[in-house]
Design a protein. Structure first.
Length: 431
């Protein structure tokens, strides 16, 4: 998947574009543009970052010929590179079969009478996931805002009332829509930890062959997500109010321009996904953008009291939350890599020892995609959709009807702690 390399290049590109926004450096402008071109050729939605830069640069520097030219440079060059690549791929008959799939999905969604209902549901899911992963940063930023109201009892009561109201509203929405506990986005974060579990029994048959993390765990994650979503709404509201004031008074300084650029980048990136639908992994890029934006926005808040008892409390809570995320991410990733290593080693050894060809086995999405992918594949009933020619043998997490066990390899999981197993099953002869 290209989400991680795209996010990495985007972060560096955004850094240089931010420097250009504040220092008017031609070097930063050209380097940021080049990196943004690379990121956008990786994932098309990268074009939203230069567009956000164009808007922010003009708002900060005015509608002069020079500022408009500099503002448009990243957008024009990035869009031009994307269109040129697309035309070149089409001309050389190498355009991927699913190149326009998401664009087509978005256009179809725009024509749906349920557009606003579906979009509202997607916004809620986005708030929960971003709230969860940004919670350590949001707690720190909320602490700065809270400390900035020291001695202002009315302001603190207003802040608490707003937070409580947002939390209650966000808590009511999932029950109304039939959504209860995280995870809700699908794909990478799953009930058993980190996935996906791309084998026939777990993904196609939806069999419960892998132990899941407890409801208590996911209840806690849901509460953290709701809290984070609440703080995200509050931070966004405060930012919108401050930005409106600065634009109204024509005093958009470098600090606010930076946060405006980063938040606008995140919002423009999310808009097509909210319309067309998303996987949880699509939310990687907005996380660093929003984290940097809100930290930057509250940098000047409560500096004299940052080392007070209250200030240290917010810092400790933030570090604890970050530590918990570390444990989940590292443990879940370790488990995901462990069963996959077991899967690949088992298939390799089984094929060599039993003289089985790749065409005879359903080894899961990654295995068959690597060996047998075809854009013209026609799925057959009863088989996995991932380019399976013959399913004489299938790799699973458990036993399925119509098959018998011919091999079993075990592995150790951390979350939840258990001894897992992978099986090679052989189709039973039909009578």
């Amino acid at each position: 998947m290209t989400d991680v390399p795209f996010t990495a290049v985007m972060i560096v590109a955004t850094l240089f574009l931010t420097r250009c926004l504040n220092q008017h450096s031609n070097f930063d402008l050209w380097l940021g543009t080049l990196l943004m071109m690379i990121a956008t050729l990786n994932r098309q939605l990268g074009i939203t970052i230069p567009l956000a830069f164009t808007v922010t640069f003009i708002l900060k520097n005015g509608f002069t010929r020079q500022s408009i030219g500099r503002a448009l440079l990243p957008s024009v060059m990035t869009l031009g590179a994307l269109l040129a690549l697309q035309q070149w791929l089409a001309a050389t008959d190498r355009l991927p079969a699913l190149y326009s799939a998401k664009t087509d999905a978005m256009m179809s969604a725009l024509e749906s009478p349920e557009l606003w209902v579906d979009a509202a549901g997607q916004i809620f899911v986005v708030l929960l996931y971003l709230g969860w992963f940004l919670l350590p940063v949001l707690v720190l930023c909320f602490g700065r805002i809270w400390l900035g109201t020291k001695g202002k009892k009315t302001s603190r009561l207003r802040l608490l009332a707003m937070a409580l109201l947002c939390f209650i509203l966000l808590s009511i929405i999932p029950w109304h829509r039939g959504l209860y506990l995280m995870p809700l986005g699908g794909n990478i974060i799953i009930e058993s930890g980190i996935g996906p579990l791309t084998l026939h029994d777990t993904l196609i048959m939806q069999a419960n062959h892998v132990p899941v993390l407890s409801n208590g765990f996911w209840f806690a994650i849901t509460v953290f997500s709701l809290l984070g979503g609440t703080l995200l709404v509050i931070a966004g509201g405060i930012f919108a109010l401050r930005t409106f004031r600065t634009l109204w008074s024509n005093e958009l300084d470098s600090n606010h321009a930076t946060s405006l650029f980063l938040i606008l980048s995140a919002l423009l990136y999310l808009l097509p996904l909210i319309i067309a639908g998303l996987f949880d992994r699509y939310l990687l890029p907005p996380i660093p953008l929003l984290a940097a934006a809100f930290v930057n926005l509250t940098t000047k808040e409560a500096r004299p009291t940052a080392l007070s008892k209250e200030g240290r409390l917010f810092s400790v809570v933030s570090v604890i939350l970050l530590g918990l995320l570390f444990v989940y991410a590292i443990g879940g990733t370790r488990d995901y890599l462990t069963w996959n290593r077991t899967r690949w080693a088992m298939i390799d050894d089984f094929m060599r020892s039993e003289h089985v060809t790749v065409e005879e086995i359903d080894g899961g999405f990654e295995f068959n995609g690597l060996h047998l992918y075809s854009p013209h594949y026609q799925r057959e009933a009863g088989k996995s959709w991932w380019w399976v020619e013959e399913d004489t043998f299938i790799v699973t997490f458990g036993v399925v009807p119509g098959y018998s066990i011919v091999r079993e390899d075990s592995y150790q999981q951390w979350f939840p702690p258990h001894r897992g197993a992978l099986f090679v099953l052989e189709k039973k002869p039909t009578e």
